[in-house]
Design a protein around this ligand. Structure first.
Ligand SMILES: [Zn+2]
Length: 509
């Protein structure tokens, strides 16, 4: 079994939408210097350090539905950047290229050192097309491929990576919408620090220009850049409350606006992209998951768009999805079922297959919440037994199986999860789910190892070391089953690797 020991890094930046027109201003956009003072390896290490903290943040969100959505938008951008030569094979290999979702309702996205990106649910909640969200991701991706973080560090020669890492975490904490006293204190420090860490105007324009090309090559409508920009511009006028931290790091300068306006004229013939039902429901999911106080949930259940004749079909469906999810979180089963039925009828009548699938996943989620695990299983089952389950269905199926008595399906789902983590060893949620299912199946040693692997995936070397040691202890004092000898030897190797990573981390300071 192949294991990736080291995972990758990240960069600090925030969301924006701006436009760059490479052909129009070839000279006006200076090529930035390449004198970065930090190596790929060092930047990755810095990113790993920041990401490790973010994985522990209570706002870090694992949501298979939204994770899949963001991955689906992200993968073509990475591919296009590589095909355009923006992303060298070396950078692709050595950086993490991982997106972390944050539950926060503020409109924000940022690149971190080493190829990590952070996206707040507040951003997903306000976009009305995949192209808009992809435009922000393309801009952030370009900060990474252009090594803007490394170049920003040139000016901060006195700071150790450790200090920079702490500062970035401080800025991120301050960008959240929480309003406790602690956040304000961090915010005061962060404001001072942020001016040192933010990108230059030239870097922003370069990220716009490169991001624009990547977005178009990846097959998105470049109009996404324009409409995202307009959205942020409008927000800049009406929002002074910190709900748009992206705007602080991505100020809408006159140059960027001029670029955008020129682009808008060129693209005037492009059709307006209407919001589709699938995207509308995903944005609704982000809204509810990022604002789940009782008051906010009650407000989602009474959204006037549900029945408003002014609302488009997609908007109505999105509002219904939000209401259903909110009823579920409020534990009002009767209202959730009623709202779900209405949603189902509308989507079945006119929605595409991708929208029908989202409703089916929501049905299964509600069934599981109501402890109707058999019902959840049948909703999640593939159309034909030969069709492999997509990740959201697979994770939900495994979670339901953990709660049901032993049945033959468990073996097949364990095999599918093992295949998934073989392809994506950094998938901590898959490892955790696998661990629970193995435990339910009485495969204790394999379950303990999967727990350790989940900690490795989150780069929590100390946690991983503890789990692998617990596994080793268990193997010494219990009778081993078939297959356990192989597990035991993998555990020995992984424990040594975790121990050496812990030592390495301690000497890094
Ligand atoms: Zn930027």
């Amino acid at each position: 079994m192949k294991h990736k020991l080291r995972h990758s890094p990240l960069v600090l930046s925030l969301l924006a939408a701006a436009l760059c027109l490479q052909p129009a201003w070839p000279q006006a956009l200076p090529t930035l210097g390449h004198g970065e003072s930090i190596s790929l390896g060092a930047e990755r290490q810095l990113g790993d350090r920041i990401a490790r903290e973010l994985y522990r943040d209570p706002d870090y969100l694992e949501d298979p539905v939204l994770d899949e959505y963001i991955q689906r938008l992200w993968a073509p951008l990475v591919k296009a950047a590589a095909a355009r030569g923006e992303l060298s094979p070396e950078l692709q290999e050595r950086f993490a290229w991982r997106i972390l979702l944050g539950r926060d309702r503020s409109v924000n996205a940022f690149a971190l050192p080493g190829g990590y990106l952070g996206v707040h649910l507040g951003l997903i909640a306000i976009v009305t097309s995949n192209d808009e969200l992809a435009s922000v991701l393309a801009h952030e991706l370009s900060h990474v491929t252009q090594r803007h973080i490394a170049r920003s560090m040139d000016d901060q020669t006195k700071m150790t990576p450790w200090l920079i890492g702490s500062m970035i975490l401080g800025v991120l904490a301050a960008s959240k919408s929480a309003q406790g006293a602690q956040a304000l204190i961090v915010g005061g420090q962060a404001a001072a620090v942020q001016s040192q860490l933010s990108y230059s105007r030239d870097m922003e324009r370069e990220a716009d220009r490169v991001g624009y090309g990547v977005l178009s090559d990846a097959g998105y409508d470049p109009k996404g850049f324009v409409s995202m920009f307009a959205k942020l511009q409008q927000a800049a006028g009406v929002n002074d409350n910190g709900a748009y931290p992206y705007l602080r790091s991505h100020p809408l300068t006159t140059e960027r606006i001029a670029d955008m306006q020129a682009r808008q004229q060129l693209s005037a013939t492009m059709p307006v992209v209407a919001q589709d039902m699938t995207q509308s429901m995903l944005a609704a999911r982000a809204r509810v998951l990022s604002q789940n106080t009782v008051d906010a949930l009650k407000a989602w259940t009474q959204d006037s768009k549900i029945n408003s004749p002014q609302a488009s079909a997609a908007q109505q469906v999105g509002a219904l999805y939000a209401a259903t999810l909110a009823h579920m979180q409020l534990r009002d089963a009767a209202s959730a079922d009623r709202s779900l039925q209405t949603l189902d009828n509308r989507v079945q009548a006119t929605g595409p297959a991708s929208a029908q699938r989202l409703v089916r996943l929501l049905k299964a989620e509600i069934a599981a919440k109501q402890e109707r695990f058999d019902a959840a299983l049948s909703l999640l089952a593939p159309a034909s037994p030969d069709t492999p389950l997509a990740r959201p269905e697979l994770i939900a199926t495994a979670q339901a199986l953990v709660r049901l008595p032993t049945q033959p399906l468990r073996t097949a789902v364990i095999a599918a999860l093992r295949e998934l983590v073989l392809q994506a060893p950094q998938d901590a949620q898959a490892w955790n789910t696998l661990s629970s299912l193995l435990a339910a199946q009485g495969m204790t040693l394999a379950s303990l190892r999967a727990e350790g692997e989940a900690q490795m995936a989150r780069m929590d070397w100390t946690g991983a070391k503890d789990r692998f040691r617990a596994a080793q202890d268990w193997a010494r004092s219990n009778r081993l089953q078939a297959g356990d000898n192989i597990e035991a030897s993998i555990i020995d190797t992984r424990l040594r690797q975790a121990q050496s990573l812990v030592r390495e981390m301690q000497t890094e300071r």
